[in-house]
Design a binder for this molecule. Structure first.
Ligand code: ATP
Length: 365
């Protein structure tokens, strides 16, 4: 519709003003009935909403999620740029995945088989070899996740960063908490200005975020020394305990054991205790939103890790070449953008944080 008229103050109107039309024109006629009410008070099922996503997106409360997402990404971009990061784009069609394995989507690539990138991991490390000291990328990552959960998508947006000349995981964590805190401050400011209903949900961050060791998590979970990865329920249990004890919704889980990261061949094992990696997660109230750590930059160690993970160096010629001509110590991390939007906005399902989500069953619209 196109409406011309006079705006008048009104006590009765919800926003304090009313439009008194003098001319109304129909720009485009809608078919009736609508498959999905756009002003209904009764909520439709998520599946129905996603089947008719274009109509669903017209609802102010749905639109507000993407306003939040826009502000958040702008906040991160500006925090990265302020610190000298280059924004990069790495290939999403690969000859081999970062870790090999079952979560790769295969694609026909002319006479060959190729795969959709699970993560920009290997390429962002290669860029460090290319002399780009600090890089970040916000791009799709593809995971053939057969599980149907509220926290996994098969296509999600990964906010990845890699930093050269770092040999202490603590330096990475300090950088991360600064970036997250700055991006959230910016987001809160913008959303408040726009009267976005999620503004009040963006927490004012308190630094530093608590550091909780993996060994401490295992004790809380009643399985000390088990060296078993944290499942969804474990993360929740650890989250309740961490928030209760430290009073911060954000907290790092540090020092993941090598046994848990066995497939992560590029993760550096600690020199003084090779049973541990410098790997860590950042969680928000029981949900993992980030994972990162120091990478192995020494070719001989890297080759040993590859072998231990049961992978052949022949699969990674371009990656390994990057380590042959000088590679500084480095490290980095990845944030799942939808995970962060999902937890910040308090949505019931991660699918709501992506415009047109993809999962095991959904390829349309
Ligand atoms: P999880 O254990 O939760 O399945 P992961 O260990 O496979 O995640 P990473 O490979 O470390 O995750 O990916 C980094 C970040 O990307 C995660 O912290 C998460 O925020 C996000 N992420 C990973 N897989 C998915 C997915 N399938 N859908 C949405 N976000 C994801």
């Amino acid at each position: 519709m196109e409406v011309e008229g006079t705006v008048r103050r009104s006590e009765k109107a919800r926003r304090g003003v009313e439009l008194h039309p003098s001319r109304v024109a129909v720009l485009s006629r809608a078919e009736v009935p609508l498959p999905l009410g756009v002003v209904d008070k009764v909520g439709a099922e998520l599946d129905t909403r996603l089947n008719h996503r274009v109509l669903d997106l017209r609802k102010p409360e749905v639109r507000a999620i993407f306003e939040l997402r826009t502000s958040l990404l702008a906040g991160f971009r500006s925090a990265f740029r302020k610190r000298g990061f280059f924004e990069v784009e790495t290939p999403k069609i690969l000859r081999q995945g970062a870790e090999g394995g079952a979560t790769l989507f295969a694609v026909d690539y002319f006479e060959r088989r190729a795969y959709l990138a699970q993560s920009p991991q290997l390429y962002k490390q290669m860029l460090i070899g290319g002399g780009f000291e600090r890089v970040f990328e916000i791009a799709p990552a593809f995971r053939a996740e057969p599980s149907d959960t509220v926290r996994h998508l098969t296509e999600f947006s990964s906010l990845d960063a890699e930093v050269g000349y770092v040999d202490d995981a603590e330096d990475l964590r300090r950088l991360i908490e600064e970036l997250v805190s700055e991006a959230l401050d910016e987001t809160r400011r913008e959303l408040t200005e726009r009267e976005n209903p999620f503004a009040s949900r963006i927490p004012a961050t308190t630094l530093p975020f608590p550091r909780i060791s993996f060994a401490q998590c295992e004790e809380w979970l009643g399985r000390p020394g088990a060296e078993q990865d944290l499942g969804t329920e474990d993360e929740k249990t650890v989250g309740e305990r961490a928030v209760a004890e430290h009073g911060n919704p954000f907290y790092f889980l540090t020092d993941f054991p090598t046994a848990v990261k066995a497939h992560t061949f590029y993760a550096k094992r600690k020199d003084d205790d090779p049973r541990l990696t410098g790997y860590f997660d950042l969680d928000y109230r029981g949900v993992e939103i980030l994972s990162g750590g120091l990478r192995e930059h020494r070719l001989d160690h890297l080759l040993k890790n590859l072998e231990a993970a049961g992978l052949s160096p022949d699969g990674f010629p371009g990656y390994l070449e990057a380590f042959r001509y000088g590679m500084p110590p480095h490290g980095g991390w990845a944030i799942g953008v939808e995970r962060l939007v999902w937890v910040l906005a308090g949505l019931s399902n991660i699918r709501e944080a992506r415009l047109f989500p993809r999962d095991r069953y959904r390829l349309d619209p």
